[in-house]
Design a protein around this ligand. Sequence first.
Ligand code: GYE
Length: 321
Amino acid sequence: MRKRICLLGGILLLLCGCSGKGTDSSAVSDPAGESKNLIVVGLSQVGSESDWRLANTRSYKETFTEENGYYLLFEDAQQKQENQVKAVRNFILQEVDYIVLDAIAETGWDAVLSEAKEAGIPVILSDRSVQVEDDGLYTCWIGSDFKAQGRNAAKWLAGYLERKNRADEQIRIVTLEGTPGSTAQIGRTEGFLQILEKHKNWTMLEQQSGEFVQAKAHEVMEQFLRTYSDIDVVVCQNDNMAFGAIDAMKEAGRSYGKEGGMIVISFDATEAALEAVKKGEINADFACNPLLGPLVDQTIKKLEQGEEVEKIQYVEETYYD
Ligand code: GYE
């Protein structure tokens, strides 16, 4: 059963064991010091590498508020898995009610998730999933069907080339991949390649990581442009990398988007990227919903009622072109 925490005393206790960095300090106020029945959530976030991630963090922080019955311990791992493992261990020590994990990479979780299980703390995977020997180590995964996103992007490309009477042309593709080993990178890559295999005239010239970061993608794209003179399609596994790639193409004086030249495909469909779709700079953008806070909240509320929850919960998504 969930423990009650006394906001004043309980929170001081929780903060003592915690680095304090990234902790949602807005919740540390209860002048009356009254005892409230809050659900304590320890959330380990990947970092702040992209606009998608910022929207995702906002969604968690807006959801797990005192008004909604929560006390949130938020830890930003700054893109380092070791920080995430440390954060999860701290959450266990602090005996939180739930651990929400947005895992930077899929592997390397067996030991710490076993510790959470032994401590009887349910682990909800949000956004990204993990590969563990025993899937009983986590309660559920709430996120996107990244493989479907990758497949949809490649199917869109096939349709687009058809409409442009280019279906039989040789098509040369480069990919700017996300963080290696993350669910989003693995799924979007595998999904795209599944469809690519069916098109004998499509060639993947090179796939390189831009780590979901604009500046890194800019560098990688510059290198692609130096190496290949004949790129037809640039697949960017998130919008920030698409912006980096577009900057590199502009600087190199290369044409792209609806003007002809390189076809730009992206993922996330953030606000700024949809503007770029409207302007014709990005040809197609495959949406990925960052607003996962309410979905995790619904799941926790169900678990609190002793209800069963679906092991994998995919979010509905669309695309824009
Ligand atoms: O596409 C990217 C972010 O895991 C879906 O991570 C997420 C990805 C998203 O940094 O922008």
